[in-house]
Design a protein around this ligand. Structure first.
Ligand SMILES: NC(=O)C1=CN([C@@H]2O[C@H](COP(=O)(O)OP(=O)(O)OC[C@H]3O[C@@H](n4cnc5c(N)ncnc54)[C@H](OP(=O)(O)O)[C@@H]3O)[C@@H](O)[C@H]2O)C=CC1
Ligand SMILES: CC(=O)C(=O)O
Ligand SMILES: [Mg+2]
Length: 659
């Protein structure tokens, strides 16, 4: 069957999609991407793929292309399509396309327009779909049912991911309906833990472009590459250099699965329109020998560049991103620690950006910790926290918690003294004898009287903590003796007290301990949160049993809301208060059932509700900090009408695919 990738608008001067308007903000028109089809002059990635595979003309010289473009006044055609212009031109001159009728097959093959079997009889006629679809007309439920059946029939998580990814490449609304309505089942597939395996195997399972790839060798072309993105005016970007992907280390460009996954969650968990999201991987080489030796590896086949060289590249990237997409918020993701801290410090006052691993994780752990302290029976002033892991996440979280304590009246010094950080060399102290990384210095202890504590057991014995947080990317470091020692130190404080244990590393293969171990080794008293999801655990006693419920302490509870809040507030910066407020908002987002069950985070099915609350509070914090550029009159109105009015404003702008 012939493929008609484009239609020509009535002016004949652009490649337009079926008639409708592009989402004007975030988020686009509420409810349906069908009604918010881009009127972009750019083509979609999927369209470009189709052209390349379906056309006979393969080589057209540049002069011919340029001439053809001039003649057709199609100067808006960019990037990939430009190389295939001759083929496009061929279609553009057919009578069929000129009459603007080439919609049918194109609609079905454009994931942002396709709504599968939901097209009404009238739409099937008006969009030339007659005969291209089976007779039945189905709503979202039926189509989700079919997709779920297929997903569940797949044996491995990767296969399930691949099936879901195929759906995303065919029918975006269906993909997000599945994700939103089946968060508990789907999120572990598009996000941690499965996304870890996906990244490890990305070179092999790659099928289509879903992100922008910018390599150090293309540093002179960053703006051009950014403009090649097919969707107009993205509002949220997740960028990585692949140097610390989850707890899996340097995966190079194969880390691209993380920005793609995180942005899928921006849409599912905060309703940011898929067209407004931009995943980017900066290819700076890799230290990963396995990837470098893999003939299928997708990135530059060279050693990772030095940090100093990457600094200049990053400067250029940030400036280019701000120039090309001035409204876009940039989320830094999975950069190795030194760069993560450095970039955050360097850019936070000049650009709209935040670091998810430092700030998002800080906020999500604080959000859970507030609830955990209430359940623990250990008064806030008696809390003592040991952190295993002093990287971007460990230090980021500890600093966020210091802010919590200072807001509760402690001096910064007294707050800081509640934290003992442990790394591969033991307790982080000033006189340990090694050169401490810059980001660790703030927490380096000076009260160790010259003694160095090398193991976690020694630290627990010395500190007698009430809480133990793991951000090491190392499986099993919370051993039975460690967990039992934590419990003993909490028990010693008084009856009924409960230990707080957060093995937060991702994916599951890097968790410091499992939920079952935590429950067993603490005789069921643990208050537990992990980065990747664990199942409930039931201890059978005769015919009955006790079921224990884990929490997932993952930044997905806040980063979508932080981004959404920053976008909707039209914030010029992402401030510390916006981050802090996201934690407080998360802590306050649990419903009665969750509180009754002893949870410290909302159930994952409510991740979207929680993020809407987070977004609302982040907007208000932006306004308080003077970084919201919304008209003052708008804020005055919201102040008058209160939270429901602001919540309504947000809900009216979020993407919720109905078809
Ligand atoms: N749940 C969530 O939402 C989030 C979870 N994470 C997870 O946190 C983990 C760490 O991330 P990040 O901080 O960025 O990584 P980093 O590599 O920056 O830090 C890891 C830290 O752990 C220490 N460490 C590693 N192994 C051991 C060990 N055996 N004993 C003691 N310390 C050890 C390292 O010590 P040294 O400094 O000496 O090398 C380092 O300080 C990852 O698995 C990541 O997936 C991250 C963000 C969010
Ligand atoms: C969750 C996350 O951001 C991480 O593990 O890096
Ligand atoms: Mg991360």
């Amino acid at each position: 069957m012939a493929s008609y990738p484009y239609s020509i608008s009535s002016s004949g001067s652009d490649f337009s999609t079926p008639r409708s308007t592009s989402p004007s903000s975030v988020i686009g028109s509420a409810r349906s991407s069908q009604s918010s089809i881009s009127s972009s002059k750019r083509m979609s990635i999927s369209s470009s793929r189709r052209i390349s595979s379906s056309n006979p003309m393969s080589s057209v010289d540049i002069a011919t292309i340029e001439e053809a473009m001039r003649m057709a006044n199609l100067d808006v055609l960019r990037g990939y399509a430009q190389n295939h212009y001759g083929e496009v031109q061929q279609y553009a001159t057919t009578e069929y396309v000129k009459q603007n009728q080439a919609l049918g097959y194109q609609v079905l093959n454009e994931p942002l327009w396709n709504k599968g079997l939901s097209f009404s009889p009238e739409q099937r006629v008006s969009k030339n779909l007659t005969g291209l679809l089976p007779h039945v007309m189905e709503g979202a439920d039926k189509q989700c049912e079919r997709a779920l059946k297929m997903i569940r029939s797949r044996q491995t998580s990767i296969d399930k991911y691949l099936y879901l990814s195929t759906i995303k490449g065919q029918n975006v609304d269906l993909f997000y309906r599945l994700l939103i309505d089946n968060a508990k089942e789907m999120m572990p597939l598009v996000y941690t833990p499965t996304i870890g395996d996906v990244c490890l195997q990305y070179s092999t399972i790659y099928t289509r472009p879903e992100a922008l790839y910018i390599s150090i060798k293309q540093r002179k072309s960053i703006r051009t590459i950014l403009r090649n993105w097919p969707h107009p005016n993205p509002e949220i970007c997740v960028v990585t250099d692949g140097s610390r992907i989850l707890g899996l280390g340097d995966l190079g460009v194969n880390g691209v699965g993380i920005p793609i996954g995180k942005l899928a969650l921006y849409t599912a968990a905060a309703g940011i329109h898929p067209e407004k999201t931009l995943p980017i991987v900066l290819d700076c080489g890799t230290a990963n020998e396995t990837n470098l030796k893999d003939p299928l590896y997708l990135g530059l086949r060279s050693k990772r560049i030095p940090v100093s060289e990457q600094q200049d590249f990053m400067d250029e990237f940030m400036q280019a991103a701000a120039d090309v997409y001035p409204n876009m918020v940039v989320q830094f993701e999975d950069f190795e620690s030194e760069k993560a801290f450095n970039y955050l410090d360097r850019y936070r006052n000049s650009y709209k950006c935040f670091n998810d691993d430092i700030q998002g994780t800080g906020a999500v752990v604080l959000g859970g910790y507030i609830g955990a302290v209430n359940l623990s029976g250990v008064p806030i002033e008696e809390q003592r926290l040991v952190f295993m892991g002093a990287g971007s996440a460990g230090v980021g979280v500890a600093k966020q918690l210091v802010e919590y304590y200072t807001k509760r009246g402690l001096s910064e010094q007294a707050a800081k003294e509640k934290f003992w950080l442990v790394d591969t060399k033991g307790l982080v102290t000033k006189d340990r004898g090694d050169k401490l990384a810059e980001h660790k210095k703030y927490f380096a202890r000076v009260d160790n009287n010259g003694h160095q504590f090398r193991t976690l057991e020694e630290v627990i014995e010395y500190v007698k903590p009430s809480a133990l947080v793991g951000l090491t990317a190392t499986f099993g470091v919370f051993t039975e003796s460690v967990v039992r020692a934590l419990k003993a130190s909490v028990d010693a404080g008084g009856l009924g007290r409960r230990p707080i244990l957060f093995p937060l590393s991702n994916p599951l293969t890097k968790a410091e301990c499992t939920f079952e171990q935590a429950v067993t080794w603490t005789d069921g008293t643990v208050i537990f949160a992990s980065g990747s999801p664990f199942s409930n655990f039931t201890i059978k006693t005769g015919d009955t049993g006790i079921t224990y419920y884990p929490n997932q302490g993952n930044n997905v509870y806040v980063f979508p809301g932080i981004g959404l809040g920053a976008i909707l507030a039209k914030a010029s910066r992402v401030t510390d208060n916006m981050i802090y407020t996201s934690a407080a908002a998360l802590a306050g987002s649990l419903n009665a059932e969750e509180i009754h069950k002893g949870l410290i985070y909302p159930r994952i099915e409510r991740v979207r509700e929680a993020n809407i609350i987070v977004a609302r509070e982040v907007m208000k914090a932006a306004r308080r900090d003077g970084v919201s550029t919304l008209p003052e009159a708008q804020w005055v109105e919201w102040e008058e009408w209160g939270d429901p009015a602001l919540t309504k404003f947000i809900k009216e702008r979020v993407y919720d695919p109905i078809f």
